[in-house]
Design a protein around this ligand. Structure first.
Ligand SMILES: Nc1ncnc2c1ncn2[C@@H]1O[C@H](COP(=O)(O)OP(=O)(O)OP(=O)(O)O)[C@@H](O)[C@H]1O
Length: 279
C-alpha cells in the first residue's frame, strides 16, 4: 500500500465517514456521523468532556471501527484493509502518550532522539537494525523542525511536559505520515510551552503543505492560526463541521457547551469566555 494507491483506490478524501455510529455495550459513543477531510486541510475537533472527540479521532486514525456506516482513511475503507499497513501512514499523538509504551521508553532510558527513531518502526523499543544513517539524520532534523534539536541526547524520562510534546510530534512524523492526528497535545503545558508548541504546529502546516492534520483540544485558545476547518461534537453527534470561520461562532459554541459564550478572534487565534449577567 502506498499513499497514491490509497488515493486512487478510494474517494479522494483523507478521511471520509458516512452514516457512522459507534457503540459499545449499552452505550452510543457517536451517532449519525458524516465527515469529510480533504488532503491538506487542518481540522480542529472541539466539544465538552465525553462528547465523543477522542472516539472520532480513533476511527479517523484507524484504531476503532464504526459499528455501522462507513469510514475510509487515506482512501481505504476500514474493515477491508490491513490496518497495520494503513496505520503506518497515520501519525497519531494520543493524549498523554497513550498507545505508545512511554513507561517502557523511560525504563529503557531512551534518549529523545531514540524515541523519535522508534516512530520509523512504529515500536515502543528501538529496532536498531532497521535504522540507517538516513533515519538517524532524519530524527535529528525532525527534532530541529520542532525546535528541540538540543534534546537529542537527553533521556526522554527527564524531558519536561513541553519537551515531550515536541518529541511526540517529531516521533509521529518519522514515518512520513499523510495525516497527523493530535489528541490534546497541549495538555499540561505552561503558557510559554503551549505557545511554542502551537507555533511549532503552525510551522508544520506551512513547511509541509501536503500534510493533513486533525487536532482535538478543549481550549479555543489552543486552536492554531493555520486551522482551516472545525468540527463541534456534542453528546455523540456532530453539531457543526466546515470552514473554521463559519463553524467557530459564539452561537455554535454556546450551543455546543450549553451556556452563553462570547468569542473573540485576533491575530488568527481564538478566545472564548462565558457571557456574564450584568451585576
Ligand atoms: N470502551 C468504552 N466503553 C464504554 N464507554 C466508553 C468507551 N470508550 C469511550 N466511552 C465513553 O464514551 C464517551 C465519549 O468518549 P470520548 O473519549 O470520545 O470523549 P471525549 O469527547 O474525547 O471526552 P474528553 O474531552 O473527556 O476527553 C465518554 O463518556 C466515555 O466514557
Amino acid at each position: 500500500m502506498n499513499r497514491e494507491n490509497g488515493r486512487d483506490g478510494g474517494s479522494g478524501a483523507a478521511v471520509e465517514i458516512a452514516g457512522m455510529t459507534v457503540k459499545v455495550v449499552g452505550r452510543t459513543l457517536l451517532a449519525e456521523v458524516d465527515w469529510r477531510v480533504e488532503y491538506g486541510e487542518h481540522w480542529v475537533i472541539l466539544g465538552p468532556n465525553g462528547a465523543g472527540k477522542t472516539t472520532l479521532l480513533s476511527v479517523a486514525s484507524a484504531v476503532r471501527f464504526p459499528s455501522s456506516g462507513t469510514a475510509a482513511v487515506l482512501g481505504h475503507r476500514l474493515g477491508r484493509v490491513d490496518l497495520r499497513e494503513l496505520r503506518r501512514h497515520i501519525g497519531l499523538v494520543a493524549a498523554g502518550g497513550r498507545l505508545v509504551d512511554e513507561a517502557l521508553m523511560e525504563e529503557e532510558s531512551l534518549t529523545a532522539h531514540t524515541v523519535v527513531l522508534t516512530g520509523y518502526t512504529g515500536s515502543s523499543v528501538p529496532l536498531w537494525d532497521r535504522y540507517g544513517p538516513r533515519e538517524h539524520e532524519k530524527a535529528h532534523s525532525l527534532l530541529a523542525d520542532l525546535g528541540c534539536k538540543d534534546l537529542a541526547d537527553r533521556p526522554f524520562a527527564v524531558c519536561s511536559q513541553g519537551e515531550r510534546g515536541r518529541v511526540r510530534i517529531a516521533r509521529a512524523l518519522m514515518a512520513d505520515p499523510a495525516i497527523l492526528m493530535l489528541d490534546e497535545p497541549f495538555t499540561g503545558l505552561d503558557l510559554p510551552a503551549r505557545e511554542d508548541l502551537i507555533t511549532a504546529v503552525e510551522d508544520l502546516a506551512e513547511s509541509r503543505p501536503a500534510l493533513t492534520t486533525v487536532l482535538v483540544t478543549h481550549h479555543l485558545e489552543e486552536v492554531p492560526a493555520t486551522t482551516t476547518h472545525a468540527l463541534l461534537v456534542h453528546d455523540a453527534r456532530i453539531l457543526a463541521a466546515g470552514p473554521v470561520q463559519e463553524v467557530l461562532t459564539g452561537d455554535n459554541l454556546s450551543q455546543c457547551y450549553g451556556r452563553p459564550l462570547l468569542l473573540d478572534h485576533a491575530d488568527g487565534r481564538w478566545y472564548v469566555r462565558a457571557a456574564r449577567r450584568p451585576r
